[in-house]
Design a protein around this ligand. Structure first.
Ligand code: NDP
Ligand code: OXD
Length: 311
């Protein structure tokens, strides 16, 4: 296959790593975005945030590949021509990293690590009781690429897992729920809730007082979807009342999180700076090369975001 130019318009700090990885990926000629570049023969663009004026200045643009799985920034942007497909990132490194993060945090909540840390800090020998994994129901809001992979890993560890999606799914070992009508049954009795939804007009603010109030009292929340899913004061209230015992947050309504935000110092909130998982440069570019090969063979791209659904 003839190498196709792929215009990299991502953050500067990733450019060298991606350029290096691209040398080992057949079918792609890596081109870094710079002012004055001739864009006429570049058909594929890789970006995360819209770059003002760029996509519209590419007369032969065929697709925009997103660096990540979440495409809300690109879908919501007037900078992106409406007829150009936006392709979500699906690659083993991104999925593997998310599975690892979710397992790490589920185990943290399952074993109530903070109690052990507090006891150690106080010099106390304080063994504590926790249930078996199979007595700890875990629910995943967003049962797509990442939610299903995370759910399958949790099953291996013995947790009873439920998944919630827009369209109904079936899975041999995971109880599947779909749509608003089945949301209450999905939430009922959950002890650990994971959010892996895309941010859309329908899912914005879904982690609110009503939803948190339907979990088993003393439940935990893990939000790895988007900050816009969570009504932040509702989380603080649920922690204060004991409805929630703890939360792990990777994404925030404002990123970076402002220095005076109450989450920084909350003893039961564990935070990571929006890097639960990242696209692996070689894996991501390999996935893009396969997509370009499909396109050149006259096939449709896979994982194209649906503008009407918003993900
Ligand atoms: P997918 O599109 O594969 O899965 C999304 C899932 O959410 C699908 O199951 C979909 O349902 C479901 N969903 C969407 N809207 C609704 C709704 N209104 N009601 C119920 N279910 C809904 O995406 P991925 O799994 O690849 O990624 C999910 C999200 O994870 C990303 O959009 C991003 O926000 C976040 N993410 C965060 C990262 C981080 O580092 N923090 C890294 C990577 C991703 P259906 O199956 O019926 O379409
Ligand atoms: C993504 C992310 O959407 O890293 O891939 O948040």
């Amino acid at each position: 296959m003839k190498a196709e130019k792929l215009l990299f318009a991502g953050a500067d700090e990733y450019q060298a790593t991606f350029a290096k990885a691209a040398r080992d990926v057949a079918g792609i000629e890596f081109v870094a975005h710079e002012p004055g570049l001739d864009l006429t023969d570049i058909r594929y663009l890789l970006m995360w945030r819209p770059v003002p004026g760029l996509a519209k200045a590419m007369p032969n643009l065929k697709a925009i590949f997103c660096f990540g799985a979440g495409v809300e920034r690109l879908l919501g942007s007037a900078e992106v021509p409406a007829q150009i497909p936006i392709v979500r990132m699906v690659e083993p490194g991104l999925t593997g990293g998310m599975v690892e993060y979710v397992l790490w945090q589920v185990l943290r909540h399952h074993r109530r690590i903070w109690e052990l840390e507090e006891a150690q800090a106080a010099g106390k020998w304080a063994p504590h009781w926790y249930p078996a994994a199979w007595d700890r129901p875990v629910g995943i809001l967003g049962f797509g690429e990442l939610g299903q992979a995370a759910g399958e890993k949790l099953i291996e560890f013995g947790f009873p897992v439920r998944g919630w999606s827009r369209s109904k799914k079936s899975h041999a070992a995971i109880q599947c729920f779909a749509g608003p009508a089945e949301l209450p049954a999905f939430l009922d009795g959950l002890e650990i809730l994971i959010c892996l939804l895309p941010l859309t007009p329908e899912t914005k603010g879904i982690l609110n007082v009503d939803l948190l109030g339907r979990l088993k009292p003393g439940a935990s929340l893990i939000n790895v979807g988007r900050g816009g899913h969570l009504i932040e004061p509702d989380l603080l209230a649920a922690l204060a009342s004991g409805q929630l015992i703890a939360a792990s947050l990777d994404v925030f309504s404002q990123e970076p999180l402002p220095a005076d935000h109450p989450f920084w110092r909350h003893p039961r909130i564990f935070m990571t700076p929006h890097n639960a998982s990242d696209t692996d440069p070689a894996g991501g570019l390999g996935a893009i090369a396969r997509q370009i090969a499909r396109h050149q063979a006259g096939e449709e791209f896979e994982h194209v975001a649906d503008r009407a659904r918003g993900y």
